[in-house]
Every structure is written in C-alpha cells, then in structure tokens.
Design a protein around this ligand. Structure first.
Ligand code: IVH
Length: 693
C-alpha cells in the first residue's frame, strides 16, 4: 500500500473524540463501517484512505469485541470474509434467473453476420449502441443481495443449477458484503467474473511446484479450482478478484434501461466494473475497440480472450430475447489463440525435486504472445505418444492460457526422413536408477532418495523464501556445492565452513562469511517453515502451517497416525498418507536426527499457557459452546484439563464457567437462564494464566 500518511483518515479510538466512550454495540457498528470504507477505498477504488497498520489495529479491535459479544456478529462484518470451518461439500442451488452462455464470433465478418441477424428481427433499427466489455477469462458467478446484504453466491454450473460457494466468495475483497447504497432494493442479483490476476496465478503455481503438486494449466482453471475449495481459508490466501457486469433488480426493472446504466449502478453499489468498458455508437467503433485491444490486452494484469459485445438498450434486448442457449443481443468476439510454428531441436528429460521426470521440447526460438519461447512442456509419455512428437518435427506451439507453452500438434507432412518415435528413458538421466510409474499417475519418477537431481531440488527448496529463507543460496551455488561434493544432505549445509566456500568459483571471503552466517541464522526459522522446507509431497506453505499449528513438534507429527493426520482441518487423505509415509523412511528419520542435533527449530515455542502449572482450576467445571476465535474446542479442553479443570457437555447449575464462541446455541441460553459465569476465549486464557501466576 502506498504511504500517504498525511491525508489518511484517522480512526477514532474508543477513548477519544467527541463521542467519548462508546457502548460496545455502537463501537462494533462503527468499526465495521470504518473497515468497510477502508476496504472499499483500497480494493475497489484503488485509492487507500488508511495505513495497513491502522487497518490491522481496527480489525483486531473488532475481532476482540466480537469474540466478547459473539451474539452481535453480523454477516457483513469484515471478519466474516474468512470462514472458520471448511465445508464438507457444496449444495446445489437452482438459479432464480438462468445464466446463459454467449455465442462466439471468431472474426469480424462473423460479427457483422451477427449484426445482420439481429437486424432481421428488428428491421426498424438501422444500427444501435453497443457496450463493449473485455471478456475476462475466469468463472461466472451469481451474487444475491437481500436488503443490501450479500446472502448467497453461486457458481454458473450448467447455467440452470450451480454450487453455493458464498463463504468462498466472501473472501474476495472486491465483492461488497453490503451494498454501498442508502436504500438498497429488497433483492439485487449481480453477475460477474471471478478471476485470478496473472501475478497471483504464477505465485500459486510456483508454490504448487515447490510442493510437488500438479500445476494449474491456466488462470481460468486456477480460479475455478480455487472457488471450489472446501476450505475458505485457502481461498482467502489466493487473491481472487471480481468484475461485475450484469445487474438484475427483480420487481424494479424500470429503474435501469440500458447496460451502460447498469454498469454505472454497479459501480455506485460498490462493485468493481472493468475500467475498459466502452459505449460504442455503432459497429464500426466496436470493430476499432476489438482491434485496439488485440495488442493492448497483453499488457493487462489479467487474462482476456475476447470482447463481449452487448446491445446497450434493454428494450431492444428484450425484443430480441434468447435462443435455446444464448442471448440474441450479445456475442463474444474471440481473439485467435496465440500459436506459432517452430522446430523441435531436442527433447530433454528433467528430474524435479519430487523425482517427477518430465519431458521438455527444446525448440528454435519463436515469438509468441509477446515473449520469446524456446522450451515447451511435453507433459508425459502418454502425451508424446498421442501426438507422436519427434526430434526434428515442425510443431505448432501454443501458450496454454497464454502462460505455459505447449505443443498442440505436429505438422507430420514436414517431418524429415529417418526420425524415430520418442521414448522416455527407463533409467534416471541423473543417477541411472530404474524409473517407476505409480499405477495412479501419468508421470514417471525416480525414487532414489540420493539422486543428485532430487538433492539439488531439495536444497534449492530448503533455501527458498517461504522455507528457511537462506539468502545467497540459489540454484547456481547449490550446483557448485554438489559438484565439489561439499554437501550430501540438507544437514551438511550447517557444517559448511568459510574456507570450504571460498574454494568455489566467484566466492570471496565476504560472500563466504555471509552465506555461513545466513545458514546459521536459518536455525531460528520457526517450525512451520522447517516443515515446509522438508519438501514432503503435498505439503505446501498452507498445509505446513496447518500441520505445525496442530502438531507442536516434529516428534508429535512423526507419531501421528494417518487417521489423526486426516482428521486435521484442511488435510485430506492423500496429504495425510504422504506425511505418514515420509516419516516412515529411515533416511528421513536420520535427517531429522541430524537437524535436531544441529539445533534447528523442530517445535513450536511453548506459550505461557502451555507452561502454566497444572491443577490451578481443580474442581472447576466448564462447558464449551460455539466456535472459538482461535482455539479449537479440543485445544481449549486440553488446556482446561491441564490446569485441573473438568469439561462437561451439558450445562447445569453445577457448571462453574461456560466458554462462549460464535454461533453458540441453546447452551448459551441455558447458561444465561441459570445466571452462570460466561467467558470469552480471551477471558478463558486470562483465567488460565492468572490462575497459575
Ligand atoms: S455476459 C447473457 N460479460 O464469458 C450474458 N460474460 O462465454 C452472459 N464472461 O459465462 C454473460 N466476461 O463467464 C459476460 N463482460 C462479460 C464477460 C463474460 C467474461 C464470460 C462468462 C460467461 C462466458 C460466456
């Protein structure tokens, strides 16, 4: 966020200003409003009015107040953008109004044919105004607001029925939780495109690559995959955005009479409308718009694959109506996919950190979608066989989603004589051990854990920013260390000396000293980063954090059963099995012993509560109800029991304390009726600490 401190809006704290001390309910409302305003300015207007630190401070105050007064949490509160619990599955919802798809035109003559078609149905209209909108490559979403509050968000699905993903959509900051309208209509339906900006798409794929997970082919798949995540915490970490483009005001249709007016209304209601929409007086201007954006769209931070052309006038739209599948009043004018011919000079085979062996075509350099391309992924043997790609072939390559170049077809008529079908090697190109193909996978793998390619990848991953963050230990240095046989495992890094490093090319005394220091400093990196750095399959940054939160030490994690691991919020069966298997490998056990002896951080630091002397709550009975803001119910129970207290499931006159979280139900009501002492999580923690000091 840019620093604009001087003109920033100053929040009024609870103790200052004309209002004096506010009642908690008033303060809650005020905080919600201030945070909503700041979020809108930042995410929608792109004109921040508050510094991050101030925002965070207000947000924390709101969180604290809400945990104290969970009964006053409203669905439009900024804290409700991220859900506490993952959904077990999504529910199917029938759309109130179907989401139609669009007919495609692939060139300008087809656009003119569309114009002629609609004019035949409305012969009295010579030409009309059109609205041109960039066709954003994401997922169409339908949002419903009742009395101005977001109540439901649904995927397009098959157009008639979609999946309810409200909680995931709440995480998108450019989707208002409450409309910015003074007197909102009873129902508003807004449709638009949820999408991932390119930078975010790259970041996610990088993370997936490091975690040894399959990459998303393009931002559209990544957006769709993200929206269907059951855990909204993962969704909130992937910065989806939303452009609104369709408005329905059931019962108040007369208010808005054109698409252009609808876009204006959407902006006023607090949505982001793509800023490049244009009102065009006739089809000639539409053509110019399409041509202008053909090149310019390459510089946009998100992906577009065409222009949506809509007749502006709603009365005309209504007259033309729909075919079985499409509106007659709109069309998607698509840009041609970016493809180019080139020659395959070689097929190389690459071994990644997880041992996955992938074939790669090395090609004569060619310009494609604004960049020079020399390499294309061939994915796996099945794909090579299906396309019959051979060294020497002329091929057409395409940037799949304009990002990862891939070979789409072979021009076999141009094939030189004497070429041979390509076969993936049976042995690892780096260590010569036999490659295996797991029954359920299309990739083949090297499973020799001391394969230099795997070690090289593991070292680079270990040093990467999200892992141990060792500055100065990039791929080149790793390769040099391996060539000089200075390291054979991750632990060897911590035994490197300055004099050993100075032997390496381009390593001066100072840089050797810096690297040794950076490696030593990495021992302070927290347990979750070490866990991520170990490079266990499927354990990316998020899963590492989740596991490290749940299992306070490497010993606890190593002892967990598959069922215990899979029982952790956000951890699926496949991840659980991968973690379990990793700990069963003697080589990995030896590595952990080494790392422990070297004093890396393999456990979470103990909090004062965990250190607290037990038995101070002896004889006290607790009941837990609702979802607590940070503690899982089991954790809260363990803490109480460690302090000598007892946790029971039903409230009675004998209950000493009732710990109340969000969505507390009948137990809270009963406790209130019995006039029992209610505690928020914060108060419980305070009690645990004070009882022990
Ligand atoms: S209007 C009846 N406007 O394109 C109107 N769609 O091929 C239907 N899309 O499912 C949609 N940008 O996911 C519309 N500005 C835009 C769009 C857009 C992207 C997508 C949307 C739709 C698909 C149809």
């Amino acid at each position: 966020m840019p620093k604009l401190a001087a003109q920033f809006y100053r929040p009024q704290t609870i103790h200052e200003g004309k209002l004096g001390v506010l009642e908690p309910a008033q303060r809650l409302a005020q905080l919600r409003q201030q945070l909503q305003k700041a979020s809108y300015a930042y995410y929608v207007l792109d004109a921040p009015i508050m510094e991050d630190s101030v925002y965070d401070q207000l947000y924390r105050e709101l969180q604290a107040l809400e945990s104290q007064y969970p009964q006053w949490i409203t669905p439009d509160s900024p804290t409700q953008r991220v859900g506490e619990r993952p959904a077990s599955q999504f529910t199917s919802v029938r759309h109130r109004i179907s989401l139609y798809s669009l007919e495609n035109a692939f060139n300008l003559p087809e656009l003119r044919q569309w114009q002629e078609r609609w004019q035949r149905l409305a012969p009295d209209v010579p030409d009309a105004e059109y609205v041109c909108e960039l066709k954003i490559d994401g997922s169409a979403i339908a949002l419903t607001y009742e009395a101005g509050v977001l109540v439901q968000g649904v995927t397009r699905g098959d157009g008639t029925t979609g999946e309810e993903i409200t909680q995931n959509l709440r995480t998108i900051r450019s989707i208002p939780l409450r409309l910015a309208l003074d007197s909102p209509p009873p129902i508003v339906e807004v449709r638009g495109e949820a999408f991932l900006p390119l930078a975010e798409f790259h970041r996610i794929n990088q993370e997936r690559e490091q975690a040894g997970e399959a990459l998303f082919a393009n931002p559209r798949n990544a957006a769709a995959g993200t929206l269907r995540q059951l855990d909204s915490r993962i969704v909130s970490q992937r910065r989806l955005q939303f452009f609104a483009y369709t408005l329905h005001l059931p019962g108040q249709e007369e208010q808005i009479t054109s698409q252009w007016q609808a876009l204006e209304y959407l902006k006023q209601a607090g949505f982001v409308v793509n800023p490049h929409c244009q009102l065009c007086p006739d089809l000639t201007v539409v053509t110019e718009y399409f041509e202008d954006w053909e090149g310019a769209r390459q510089r946009l931070p998100y992906m577009t694959d065409g222009v949506v052309v809509k007749l502006n006038d709603y009365a005309l739209q209504e007259r033309l109506g729909f075919t079985q599948k499409f509106p007659r009043w709109a069309i998607a004018l698509k840009y041609p996919a970016e493809e180019a011919p080139t020659v395959v000079k070689d097929i190389q085979v690459n071994v990644g950190r997880t041992g996955a062996v992938t074939p790669l075509a090395v090609m004569a350099p060619v310009q494609l979608a604004g960049t020079t391309v020399q390499r294309a992924t061939l994915h796996n043997q099945d794909r090579i066989t299906a396309l019959d790609i051979r060294i020497g072939d002329t091929v057409i390559i395409r940037k799949a989603g304009e990002i990862i170049p891939e070979v789409v077809r072979v021009l076999s008529e141009l094939r030189p004589t004497g070429t041979q079908p390509f076969q993936m090697p049976t042995h690892c190109p780096e260590c010569n051990s036999l490659l295996v193909r797991p029954a359920t996978e299309a990739v083949i793998r090297c499973i020799n854990s001391s394969c230099p390619a795997i070690l090289r990848g593991s070292l680079v991953h270990w040093a990467s920013r999200d892992a141990l963050d060792i500055r100065g230990l990039g791929e080149k240095v790793v390769v040099a260390l391996l060539q000089h046989q200075l390291v054979r495992s991750l632990a060897d890094l911590y035994r490197l000396t300055e004099s050993q490093l100075s032997q390496l090319e381009r390593f001066g005394e100072k840089s050797a000293q810096n690297l040794v220091q950076a490696i030593a400093d990495s021992k302070q990196q927290p347990w979750e980063k070490v866990l991520y750095g170990l490079g266990i399959r499927h354990v990316g940054v998020v899963n590492a954090r989740v596991l490290a939160e749940q299992f306070p030490s490497v010993a606890a994690l190593g002892q967990a059963t598959v069922a215990q691991l899979a029982g952790v919020y956000g951890i699926g069966d496949e991840i659980a099995q991968a973690v379990f298997d990793w700990f069963r490998s003697p080589a990995n056990q030896a590595l952990l012993q080494d790392l422990e002896a070297l004093e890396l951080t393999l456990a979470r630091p103990q909090t004062s509560v965990e250190n607290a002397s037990p038995r101070s709550l002896t004889g006290k009975t607790f009941v837990l109800t609702g979802t607590l803001p940070t503690l899982k119910r089991q954790d809260a129970q363990t803490l109480i029991e460690q302090a000598g207290g007892k946790v029971t499931s039903s409230v009675s006159a004998k209950t000493d304390f009732v710990v109340v979280g969000e969505n507390a139900g009948s137990k809270l009501a009963k406790a209130q009726a019995l006039n029992l002492t209610l505690l928020s999580e914060e108060e419980l923690l305070a009690l645990l600490v004070s009882e022990t000091t």
